[in-house]
Ligand binder design. Structure first.
Ligand code: DHB
Length: 390
């Protein structure tokens, strides 16, 4: 197979890039080790920044996000038993959309299929070669046929366990890591909405997040030990945990059968630079953020937008200036999102060994945000997505 851009990974980043390239007359082949069904079944976060929504709609992926997604003009921060609304529309004039990542994937995959895009799921035996020259990718397709892709560029959009990332020599990269002493216990429950907006709750018993999916299915999380075993949590124990973190002062969660439960990993990671030779990394392959604030998918889509501008300008304007600056331009937003996700995480979670000082200081921090228009505006601007490309 000879193509212009080979893309490893058919998650939202890989498919979005392939879609944008196709619209600009640039060929790509996408390969993915998981099956279409497996990706579509994986429950992920649900908040899209306005910039992500605009890219999906304006590039013609789908307007289902506008018809089936829910626009959210604010969130609630809940601490000391009181809720405080952060009004995004009023503070920064923007909103976010609640539209699950699995739906973003389904829309992108359908669009690529309708447009005749070359996307191959369930491939095996992948390996990448000649990253510093003309990259090659070897793989075996779902029918057992072996292929070699020859491309001008290779894009590693192959997720947090990226195969591509590991092909970059140690001397040519730097890794930044931060571990946290907690994880998230995530559930899907059959229950009506408890609130129209998301509730980010801090309590002496730990953090909880009340999100939504549909009229009848809700998504919620609570801070847990990274080694927590979901098998030890029946519905009664789960709801008791939520009650102890969010109920009070007239607010009561609407409960129902738990239909899915999982522990979500929690760490901050950045690989720099995001380019090596003719390999470009995008999305989780280059960085992960803790889930607080739902920046993962939004960052991946931003990477791809910046990378697309570079590739478009290489092929269609004969200039490599934007491609050369891809890593720096993408990383600028990556580090802003790392800071925001770290800040939301540490402000809202309670370490198991928190002493009286750190608990009281944390409430001081939360109060300094909700009592100040400037404090709330920082949160609103970061949550809805910084303007421009930086
Ligand atoms: C969801 C996940 C998040 O990490 C977040 O910050 C907000 C919402 C969600 O799954 O709905």
């Amino acid at each position: 197979i000879t193509t212009q851009v080979a893309i490893m990974g058919a998650g939202p980043a890989g498919l979005m890039l392939s879609h944008l390239l196709a619209k600009a007359g640039i060929e790509s082949t996408v390969i993915e080790v998981r099956s279409h069904e497996e990706i579509a079944r994986t429950v992920r976060a649900g908040i899209l920044e306005h910039g992500t929504v605009n890219l999906l709609v304006d590039s013609g992926v789908s307007d289902r996000v506008l018809t089936h997604g829910d626009r959210h003009d604010g969130i609630e921060l809940r601490f000391n038993g009181e809720s405080h609304r952060i009004d995004f529309k009023d503070l920064v004039g923007e909103s976010v959309w609640l539209y699950p990542q699995t739906d973003v994937f389904t829309d992108l995959a359908a669009r690529r299929m309708d447009d005749g895009g070359d996307v191959r799921y369930s491939v095996t035996d992948t390996s990448v070669h000649d990253l510093e020259g003309k990259p090659k990718v070897w793989f075996t397709d779902a029918d057992g046929v072996e292929y070699e892709i020859q491309a001008d560029f290779l894009v590693g959009a192959d997720g947090s366990r990226s195969h591509c990332r590991f092909q970059i020599p140690e001397a040519s990269r730097k890794w930044y890591f931060h571990e946290y002493p907690f994880a998230w216990f995530g559930i899907l429950a059959e229950a009506p909405r408890s609130s129209d907006e998301l509730i980010y709750a801090n309590s002496a018993n730990g953090f909880a997040l009340i999100s939504q999916r549909t009229e009848t299915v809700q998504r919620m999380y609570f801070q847990c030990d990274p080694k927590e075993n979901v098998a030890e949590w029946d519905d009664d124990r789960i709801w008791a945990e939520f009650r102890g973190r969010v109920n009070g002062n007239g607010f009561e969660l609407k409960e129902g059968p738990v239909i899915e439960k999982m522990v979500l990993p929690f760490r901050s990671f950045v690989h720099t630079p995001m380019r090596h030779g003719n390999l470009f990394l995008a999305g989780d392959a280059a960085h992960t953020v803790p889930p607080t604030g739902a920046k993962g998918l939004n960052l991946a889509i931003h990477d791809v937008k910046v990378l697309f501008e570079g590739l478009d300008s290489h092929y269609n304007s004969g200039s490599d200036r934007l491609l050369e600056s891809y890593s720096d331009r993408a990383l600028e937003r990556v580090w802003k999102a790392q800071q925001f996700s770290y800040w939301m995480t540490t402000m809202l979670h309670t370490p198991a060994d928190a002493d009286d000082f750190s608990r009281a200081r944390q409430l001081g921090e939360l109060n300094s945000v909700v009592s100040s228009r400037h404090g709330m505006a920082y949160l609103a601007e970061a949550y809805t997505g910084w303007p421009g490309r930086g």
